[in-house]
Design a protein around this ligand. Structure first.
Ligand SMILES: [Zn+2]
Length: 217
C-alpha cells in the first residue's frame, strides 16, 4: 500500500486526509514560501522605460524626469481595460511583498491612470506593477518594475497589503474613492492595547484630523 506524504514537511498523511498538506501550519508555510518566491520573481521583472519617442517631452533631469517617465511608461503599457494600478515591493529576501495603495486606506485600492495618480509609497525603491480594471480586479500579475523615488512620509512599509488583489471591505460604501470609514480615527482603536493604540492613532492621525494625545508613549 502506498501512503501519501505532506508536500511541505514529508509527514505521512492520515488515510482520510484530503489535500496535499498535513495541516494548517503546512498550508500556511507553503503559501508563505510560494509568496516569497513570487515576490522575488516580480521584483526582478524588467524596469519599465518610457516610450522611445518621449524624450522631447521629458524634463531634462531631476526627480521630475523620473516622475514623468514613470507616468508615460505606466500609461503606455496599460492594457485597454485598465483603470488603475498597484505597486509592490519586497522589503527583504525572506519577506512578503507589500502592495500599495493599502486596501484599508482607500477603495478601490489602486492609483488611477486617468486622471493620472503617481504612486504613493513609503520608501524609495524598485516596485513591481499590477494593473486593475474598473472593478478593481487584477489584469494578470506583475508585469514590470518601476523605480520610484518620491515617497509619502505618511506611509510605512507594513501598511502595504501582502497581496496585490485588494480585498473588498463590504459592498458599496458612502464614497468608494475615499478612505474606508472603518479606519477613521477612534473606530478601530478601542479594541487594541494602549501602546498599540497610540502607535495606531499617531499613524491614523496622519490620515485624518489631528493627533490623539497618547500620554507617555
Ligand atoms: Zn506537513
Amino acid at each position: 500500500m502506498d501512503s501519501k506524504t505532506c508536500l511541505q514537511c514529508g509527514k505521512i498523511l492520515k488515510p482520510n486526509r484530503r489535500g496535499v498538506f498535513c495541516g494548517r501550519r503546512c498550508v500556511w508555510r507553503a503559501w508563505h514560501q510560494r509568496s516569497i518566491a513570487r515576490g522575488y520573481e516580480a521584483q526582478n521583472l524588467p524596469l519599465a522605460m518610457p516610450p522611445p519617442n518621449s524624450e522631447p517631452i521629458l524634463p531634462a533631469m531631476g526627480p521630475e524626469r523620473l516622475r514623468a517617465a514613470n507616468q508615460l511608461a505606466l500609461i503606455a503599457r496599460a492594457p485597454a481595460d485598465a483603470r488603475g494600478y498597484r505597486v509592490g515591493i519586497q522589503p527583504g529576501h525572506q519577506q512578503l511583498m507589500r502592495w500599495f495603495p493599502p486596501a484599508r486606506f482607500r477603495a478601490p485600492a489602486m492609483f488611477l491612470l486617468d486622471p493620472f495618480e503617481g504612486p504613493a509609497v513609503p520608501t524609495q525603491g524598485t516596485y513591481a506593477v499590477v494593473y486593475l480594471d474598473g472593478h478593481c480586479l487584477p489584469l494578470g500579475g506583475p508585469r514590470f518594475t518601476l523605480a520610484v523615488e518620491q515617497i509619502d512620509r505618511r506611509l510605512v512599509l507594513t501598511d502595504g497589503d501582502r497581496t496585490f488583489k485588494p480585498r473588498p471591505r463590504g459592498e458599496g460604501g458612502p464614497d468608494p474613492w475615499c478612505v474606508s470609514p472603518r479606519y477613521q480615527r477612534g473606530v478601530v482603536i478601542e479594541s487594541v492595547p494602549r501602546s498599540k493604540a497610540c502607535r495606531m492613532s499617531s499613524h491614523l492621525s496622519r490620515w485624518s484630523a489631528g493627533p490623539i494625545p497618547c500620554g507617555t508613549t
